[in-house]
Ligand binder design. Structure first.
Ligand SMILES: Cc1ncc(COP(=O)(O)O)c(C=O)c1O
Length: 375
């Protein structure tokens, strides 16, 4: 039985063949050429995200490490406050919880009836004063619901707070120009929508952000230049950059920019609609996510009454469908959804996923849910 992979919000698979070829070629390239290849790829990633100065983009092993650098090297002062959402992945909620232990106040902005992020509550929290940083995900990795990023950034800046965005779920799907977006810190990984292998990501740090790097870091030196010393986190502070995954990311972003993939999000949202139509016909199924598809990534999250998400996902797996069950590394989001007992089943679609796979997956999902409904 063919595998139908529907866990692209976890990691994308299969990678485009140009990516696997580029990784293999990089592994065979002489170390003599590594610094210049590194610099070329770094520039390409910056160009893709609209970053004019590569010194603003620290390459990291992934989004988790990028967030960790952002939080640990930020210039905290006594009595600072942080605002966050109730939808965070552990990559952000863990370092925030640690900050709380260090005496920083953490306030979680709840959803309201029409939005995953209550902007009125948010503004009154900002107006109360002392907020140094707003740290939020651009989209919930459990439900695929997009947060009102631009409004959040605008309001935060009105009250002089900095903004850190966890862009792990949206890169490769939403067109993102980091300079235009205006967030002060943006973390991302390459292995989901951006189609690279695991092992590469980045942290964008706008020039005005007060960072307090514990040790002065050295940049890569090219040619006869002196090594660079900087008070901002740099190359060696996050460990060796995976040059091979970076080579994959460099070609992946060209692949993403090809015309054939311009309507990828619209196609993904159509898949969401088709699965929601199917699942909403079952009285024992609860669907999660944005009603308005324009606020939704290509992800369908659902639960079946009285049946654990692991059971549903195992039944799907027996029919060849790879889904994500449980808590998707975001226990806080499950508390918000009220699914903290047994999580949800998450189906997430890929870029260029063949129509035939979608049609077969619909059929098999229907069979599985029907079997649970009848039992
Ligand atoms: C919202 C969110 N943030 C952070 C991460 C962690 O990303 P990485 O695997 O690149 O460290 C993920 C991955 O699941 C995610 O979905």
């Amino acid at each position: 039985m063919d595998t139908i992979y529907l866990n692209h919000a976890g990691t994308s698979w299969p990678k485009p063949s140009v990516v696997t070829e580029a990784v293999a070629a990089a592994m065979e390239t002489s170390p003599r050429h590594w610094p210049s290849l590194f610099e070329r790829a770094h520039h390409s990633v910056c160009r893709y995200f609209g970053i004019s100065n590569p010194a603003q983009l620290l390459l990291t092993p992934g989004c988790t490490s990028a967030i960790s650098v952002a939080i640990s090297d930020f210039n905290w002062e006594p009595n600072d406050k942080v605002l966050t959402s109730s939808w965070e992945h552990h990559a952000l909620s863990r370092p925030l919880q640690k900050l709380q232990g260090d005496g920083i106040e953490l306030v979680v902005v709840p959803p309201d009836s029409s939005s995953p992020f209550d902007l009125t509550f948010f503004e009154s929290s900002l107006a109360a004063g002392g907020v140094k940083l707003v740290a939020i995900t651009a989209a919930c990795n459990v439900t695929g619901q997009i947060l009102p990023m631009r409004q959040i950034i605008e309001l935060a800046h009105k009250y002089n707070a900095f903004v850190l965005v966890d862009a792990a779920q949206v890169v490769g799907w939403l067109p993102l120009n980091f300079s235009e977006l205006g967030a002060d810190l943006i973390a991302f990984g390459g292995h989901k929508g951006l189609q690279s292998p695991w092992g590469i990501g980045g942290l964008y740090i706008a020039d005005h952000v007060p960072m307090k790097c514990v040790t002065a870091s050295c940049g890569l030196s090219l040619g006869d230049d002196e090594p660079l010393l900087s008070p901002r986190p740099g190359y060696c502070d996050v460990g060796s950059v995976d040059q091979f995954s970076l080579a994959g990311l460099e070609v992946a972003i060209d692949w993403l920019e090809e015309k054939a993939r311009a309507d990828r999000l619209a196609i993904g949202r159509e898949c969401v609609q088709r699965f929601r139509d199917l699942l909403s016909a079952f009285a024992n199924v609860t669907l999660f996510g944005a009603d308005d598809l324009s606020q939704q990534l290509p992800t369908v999250a659902f639960s079946v009454a009285g049946i654990s998400s692991a059971t549903v996902s195992n039944l799907l797996k027996a029919r060849g469908i790879v889904a994500a069950s449980g808590f998707q590394c975001a226990p806080q989001a499950h508390e918000t959804l009220g699914t903290e007992e047994s999580g949800v089943v998450r189906l997430s679609f890929g870029i260029g996923q063949p129509e035939k796979e979608i049609a077969v997956a619909l059929e098999r999902t229907s069979d599985v849910i029907r079997s649970l409904t009848e039992s």
